[in-house]
Design a protein around this ligand. Sequence first.
Ligand code: SAM
Length: 258
Amino acid sequence: MTDRWTEGDTAILHRPDSDPILVRLVTGPQAVGSEGVIDLSGEIGQPVGRSVVWSGVTCRLFRPSLSDLLSGIHRGAQIVIAKDAVHLLYLGGVGPGGQVAEAGSGSGALTIALAFAVGATGHVTSFDRRTDFLANARANVERAGLLDRVTFRERDVVADGIDLADLSSVVLDLPEPWAVLASARFALRPGGFVATYTPTYNQLERTVRALRELRFDEVRAFEVLERGLHVGEGGTRPEFEMLGHTGFLAAGRKVDDR
Ligand SMILES: C[S@@+](CC[C@H](N)C(=O)[O-])C[C@H]1O[C@@H](n2cnc3c(N)ncnc32)[C@H](O)[C@@H]1O
């Protein structure tokens, strides 16, 4: 079946010599960042991937990838970058139809990855104790066109816990994840995963100790190092520079209700 645009869809406008831009399939002209105005009314109902001419340049209109959605995020709190976000999806067992809780929302970068992964049939509840961060995260998720998959809630999850049930995953990026693990375990369904992201070894140790004490199964911890490669015929080698440290990941699975 041909994939066609529906009014309200988010799209990526792919330009030949410039960065792609996120746009919305709406009726009438819309501002595109600071770069001008585009009218995509005629594309609604048309197949995805057609050429559109904008400011005399032939561009293509595609469905956005996760990488498209994560670029251009307005940063408030420090974000989880792509290499860690995608491994949190893997470790946290996050997939289509998932019922996921996340804390804290921060800038909403990880929220976007989670919402992308759960698809139209899943849902993400994202908690943060700061109103300003919640507002910024919401704006970033709305820009990505994923707001209908996310509920933002102001709540201190260390003090008040996660007041949800039957979750498939809980994903934590806040300073004291170990203090949320008992309530995360309670909120998870059997077979569900908790995954955490912490920048320091001592946070990781406390988190893994709590995972073991709370009888999570399949406890794992690792970090992801990403090294770019310079590819040239006969001269392929690693890039000279790489990001040395972001954070450590840990995860465990709830097996039963003991
Ligand atoms: C590093 S940021 C999260 C960044 C986010 N993962 C992203 O990719 O944009 C940590 C967030 O945790 C929130 N936070 C810290 N302690 C919290 C708590 N006890 N309850 C809820 N949120 C908390 C902070 O307000 C902050 O927004």
